[in-house]
Write a new protein. Structure first.
Length: 356
């Protein structure tokens, strides 16, 4: 529950956002251009995961059995309430460690604040929200950095640990693996509906609940050998992050669209044209890799598959003989979305096949 003061309650933070949450990400094509030469000439044997595989975090080996995980994530407000903004940004950043199969150790805050425009009390609420989620994850914010900026920006640098044998990457799926997704899609649509003043109270509460829910189950999934690959779905949507997984693994995937978990309210706001700008950028970057089978609602799929997620679910590639073990872990963690959404297969000209 928010502890926002009367002064900061009057601030609608999303009105200061060019893009909401992970929808702020630089477009995929431009990001690839920026990073094109980033890893050239770098050779560090103990750097187990770096920039070359588009994974969720960097991983550095520290001894025979353990590795250090480091990630950073920050963005513009996705909700109006400062306390909730801090919660969401923290949960989103911590998710990268869980997506690698690890456990977080501590965090550092990254804060940009327009001190002449938005009250300092609102920034205090952002920090309080982040601390509450860090406490839920069993870590502390041990420091950080802040600047006076034109736009309100917040996020975390998160450091964690993982046993090397439990390390999960996004490029190690195996042909025949079953695909699972732990959270429903449509976050970007609901966030845009809020910014446009369309969202209903019950839908906003549902949105905030999903955005602040930690992906803690990733640490447990890291111990399952049959989980071959894992990533969290964020700003590039399910389509973009699935493509990264399949390209890195040298595979293709067949998705059953009607099996995808989708927030019921998303369809309501699609009808009201509450579509994030990032949806179109994502689609333009990835549509050449997608084929649709008969019976798929292509117009809806265009809005859902590239919808930018913030603190989205874990996308898991698991061996068929380990599926029941993974589903049991998800169920015990209170996760409702435990049914397969697709399968990894041989790569074809269109790497992602979407069937009804």
């Amino acid at each position: 529950m928010s502890t926002t003061t009367d002064q900061s309650t009057k601030i609608a933070l999303t009105q200061y956002s060019k893009g909401a949450g992970c929808g702020c990400k630089i477009a995929p094509a431009i990001l690839s251009e920026i990073l094109a030469q980033h890893s050239v000439g770098i050779s560090t044997p103990k750097l187990l995961v770096g920039n070359d595989t588009k994974d969720d975090a960097a991983v550095y080996q520290i001894d025979e059995t353990n590795a250090f995980i480091s990630t950073t994530d920050f963005f513009l407000p996705i909700v109006d309430d400062p306390f909730q903004f801090g919660q969401i940004a923290a949960a989103n950043a911590i998710s990268d460690v869980y997506a690698m199969g690890g456990n977080p150790l501590f965090a550092l805050a990254v804060l940009g604040w327009p001190i002449d425009t938005i009250p300092v009390s609102a920034a205090q609420e952002v920090m309080a929200g982040a601390r509450s989620v860090c406490a839920e994850a069993g870590i502390v914010m041990a420091g950080g950095h802040s600047i006076d900026s034109k736009d309100p920006i917040f996020g975390l640098v998160v450091n964690g640990m993982v046993a090397i044998e439990n390390l999960k990457r996004n490029n190690s799926a195996v042909q025949g693996d079953i695909l699972l997704l732990t959270k429903p899609l449509g976050v970007g649509i609901l966030a845009t509906a809020q910014k446009k003043g369309l969202i209903e109270t019950a839908d906003l509460e549902l949105l905030v609940k999903q955005l602040t829910t930690l992906n803690k189950v990733g640490a447990a999934l890291g111990k399952i050998k049959g989980v071959h690959a894992m990533t969290d779905v964020t700003g590039f949507g399910i389509l973009g992050h699935l493509l990264e997984m399949m390209e890195g693994s040298g595979l293709g995937a067949t998705i059953q669209y009607n099996q995808l978990p989708i927030l019921d309210a998303a369809r309501k706001y699609i009808a009201q044209k509450a579509i994030p700008d990032a949806t179109y950028r994502n689609w333009n970057a990835y549509n050449k890799e997608v084929a649709f089978g008969t019976g798929v609602n292509v117009m809806e799929a265009f809005q859902i598959l590239p919808d930018p997620q913030t603190n989205g679910g874990l996308l898991i590639a698991v061996a068929p003989d380990a599926l029941s073990d993974v589903q049991a872990i998800l169920k015990s963690a209170g996760i409702e979305n435990i049914d397969p959404i697709g399968v990894c297969n041989e790569a074809t000209e269109k790497r992602i096949q979407v069937n009804a």
